[in-house]
Ligand binder design. Structure first.
Ligand SMILES: CC(C)(COP(=O)(O)OP(=O)(O)OC[C@H]1O[C@@H](n2cnc3c(N)ncnc32)[C@H](O)[C@@H]1OP(=O)(O)O)[C@@H](O)C(=O)NCCC(=O)NCCS
Length: 153
């Protein structure tokens, strides 16, 4: 099940993101940052055990643009549809808000392509998108691909 995150999910979200960030798969996020942006987050919950096994956030960038970020699924749960459901929830939310376009910066190009995203040159995204890069250890050596999904013609 995928649902909006609530305050008590923050330790689990933090654990998931920290785990993948330590492998350089995403940026670390502090507890303070997560509390501040909690309304952006969705979690995937194990229907039986009830624990959080995945998360993502839809962050608004501009009137027509949002980013899918901090997408993380527990290693033992990868390949079971959790990532698809999380991105689906983020896209539904983007549609509800009337956004025209959603993007992600990722090394998981094939996963996003399967969901209907398409790769675009990174410089087609507005500069505002790159503010997070200040916090990234790779900076100029970034190997992430930009992928976008157009929600409206
Ligand atoms: C990438 C990630 C979010 C995908 O979540 P997931 O729950 O494993 O994905 P799903 O089970 O929904 O997979 C959907 C499809 O994509 C495929 N897929 C998943 N990861 C893939 C990958 N790395 N390369 C190619 N295909 C992939 C699955 O095989 C599945 O295909 P199918 O529908 O033909 O069976 C997850 O593996 C993860 O947390 N990775 C580590 C953190 C990370 O890199 N996050 C992305 C930051 S942008």
């Amino acid at each position: 099940m995928v649902r909006h995150a609530i305050m008590t999910d923050v330790p689990d979200i933090h654990r998931l993101i920290t785990y993948h960030a330590e492998y350089n798969r995403m940026l670390f996020r502090s507890h303070a940052d997560l509390y501040e942006h909690l309304r952006d987050f969705f979690v995937c919950v194990d229907d039986r055990a009830g624990g959080v096994v995945g998360c993502t956030a839809l962050e608004l960038v501009w009137r027509d643009l949002a980013e899918v970020k901090s997408l993380a699924v527990e290693d033992a749960r990868r390949g079971q549809g959790c990532g698809t459901k999380l991105v689906g929830a983020a896209l539904d939310e983007a549609g509800r808000l009337g956004l025209a376009r959603v993007f992600a910066l990722t090394r998981e190009q094939r996963f996003f392509e399967k969901l209907g995203f398409r790769p675009v040159p990174r410089d087609t995204l507005p500069h505002k998108v790159w503010t997070d890069c200040i916090h990234c250890p790779l900076r100029a050596n970034c190997d992430e691909i930009a992928v976008v999904m157009d929600l409206q013609p």
